[in-house]
Design a binder for this molecule. Structure first.
Ligand SMILES: [Zn+2]
Length: 107
């Protein structure tokens, strides 16, 4: 198996660091210890659909092919990406489950 060159490895590291910086900034909004200002609320209202878009995009890419495999990973569906997303979304300790439960129970 080929390994990537140190230059390419550095580029990959920079790319990942850049992406993680965006996620860290998004997460830091929720972790803010002082109250939210109007600007924070506005940011969160825009950020939530953006984060959902990222998850939907991953699910769209990792759909099942007619063969029964993931069309991107070519591993048996549900592939590791879908399995990870499913595990996180259906985790009863996360807000996704509570949100759906409240919606079904009228409030
Ligand atoms: Zn996949």
């Amino acid at each position: 198996m080929d390994t990537i060159s140190p230059v390419v490895a550095d580029a990959f590291h920079l790319l990942c660091s850049d992406l993680y910086e965006h996620l860290d900034e998004a997460e830091s909004l929720a972790d803010k210890t002082q109250g939210w200002y109007r600007e924070d609320v506005d940011t969160a209202r825009k950020l939530i659909p953006d984060l959902v878009l990222v998850i939907r995009g991953l699910l769209l890419e990792h759909q099942v092919a007619p063969s029964g495999d993931c069309r991107i990973c070519t591993s048996a569906w549900p592939c590791p990406v879908v399995t990870t997303i499913h595990g996180l979304i259906k985790d009863p300790d996360r807000e996704f489950v509570a949100l759906v439960n409240r919606a079904h129970n009228g409030g």
